[in-house]
Design a binder for this molecule. Sequence first.
Ligand code: GLP
Length: 248
Amino acid sequence: MRIIKCENYAAMSIIAGKIIADIVAKNRKAVLGLATGSSPVGVYEYLINKYKKGVLDFKEIKAVNLDEYKGISKTNPHSYYYYMHDKLFKHINISNDACFIPDGTNPDEEAECSAYERKVASLGYADIQLLGIGRNGHIGFNEPSDEFPEETHAVCLAESTIEANKRFFDKAEDVPTKAYTMGIGTIMKAKEILIIASGLDKAEAVRNAFFGEVTPLVPASILQKHPNVILVCDREAFSLCENKCSDR
Ligand code: GLP
C-alpha cells in the first residue's frame, strides 16, 4: 500500500485527481469506479478542469458507481444518480449510456443487485476504483458486520451512517434507510484502488482501516489485502497514524 499525505483537502483532491487523469490519458477505454459523498467533489472538479482544457477525453471511458440509495428517484437531488450527473458526468464528454449506477428505484433487490454485479463483471471490473471512507470505516455502503459481503447487495444503513449523511438532507428522517452497494468482493476486483480521506472526523476510520486488524467490523480494512492500493489523505485524516510507519 502506498500512502500519500497531503496538507489539506485541496491538495488531496489534486493528487487523487492526477492519479485518475493519468489512467484516462493512458487508456482511453478505462473503466472508472466512482464514488459519491463530499470527499470526491474536488477530484471531480480537477477532472472537469482537465477536460475543459482539452487534456482529457472521456468519449470511450466507462463509469461504474459504488452505490445508490434505495427508493429515491433519479431526479431526486439526494440520489447518487443526480449527484454524479451534477458533479461530473454533465460536465465532461462521457457517454450517458457508459455510466452505470445501481437503480435505486428498482424494488426487486435480488434482481437489481445481480444485474448490477453482472454489468460490472461484463466490463471487466474497474481499472481504478475511487473510494471515500465512512466514519465507521464503511466503503461504498458496506457497513460494519460479521462478514465481508462478496457481491452487490442491499443493505440497511447503520445508524451512524444515517446520522453522518443527514447533513445532505433536511432531516435524519429523510435519509433512506436502505441502499444498493457493490460488495467488498466487487470492489476488491478493481485493478487499482484509490481511497481518499480528509478531516479529523475520518482519523479514527483511517487508523483502524490501515493500521488495525483486517476485520469486517472495519470494512475498509480489507484493502490491506489488495495488491495495488493508494491512500491519499490530508494531515487531519492521518493525525492518529503519525507515529505509525508511513509505508506499509
Ligand atoms: C457515503 C457513501 C460512501 C462515502 C461515505 C463518506 O455513505 N456511500 O461511498 O465514501 O459516505 O462520505 P463523505 O465523503 O461525504 O464523508
